[in-house]
Design a protein around this ligand. Structure first.
Ligand SMILES: [Fe+2]
Length: 151
């Protein structure tokens, strides 16, 4: 097993995910302030979920004998329109989930890291389906009806 590779991957995801968590948190606040409390709650939970994964990645970096880093996270786009955000999030998922699965596969000989990243990848896959379902629903029941469900 390539310990340095595992550490590098875990660190990269810890940093990226911390930024995504904050993005979800900011979006949660924006949507709640617009009156869409259901959506606000959804993304608030999502933000906490992401930080839960960051927690696991940091623990695993420590297990592997390295010191976790606090790195500058990338700036993330912010949206006023819920549908624009769901579309953007779905785009990220469609791009990132297959890449994450491939990367996870390449760490298969580091069982523990593999298990953590695999569980995370499955979680992200679920989020991708959620976004897809919302866009399908908007198409089927109409934007106004969907927005009403988010109040
Ligand atoms: Fe996510």
């Amino acid at each position: 097993m390539d310990k340095q590779k595992s550490i590098a991957v875990l660190q990269a995801y810890a940093t990226g995910l911390a930024a995504q968590s904050l993005q979800h948190k900011v979006q949660s606040k924006i949507f709640a302030s617009q009156g869409y409390s259901v959506l606000g709650e959804k993304y608030s939970e999502h933000a906490e979920e992401e930080m839960g994964w960051v927690d696991k990645f940091i623990d695993r970096i420590l297990d592997l004998g390295a010191t976790p880093k606090v790195q500058t996270a990338p700036e993330m786009p912010v949206f006023e329109n819920p549908v624009d955000y769901i579309k953007s999030d779905l785009e990220v998922s469609r791009r990132e989930v297959p890449a994450l699965m491939e990367l996870t596969q390449s760490l298969a000989d580091d069982f523990k890291t593999y298990d953590i990243l695999k569980a995370y990848a499955l979680d992200e896959e679920e989020d991708m389906y959620w976004s897809e379902t919302q866009l399908d629903l908007i198409e089927q029941i109409g934007l106004q009806n969907w927005l009403t469900k988010q109040l």
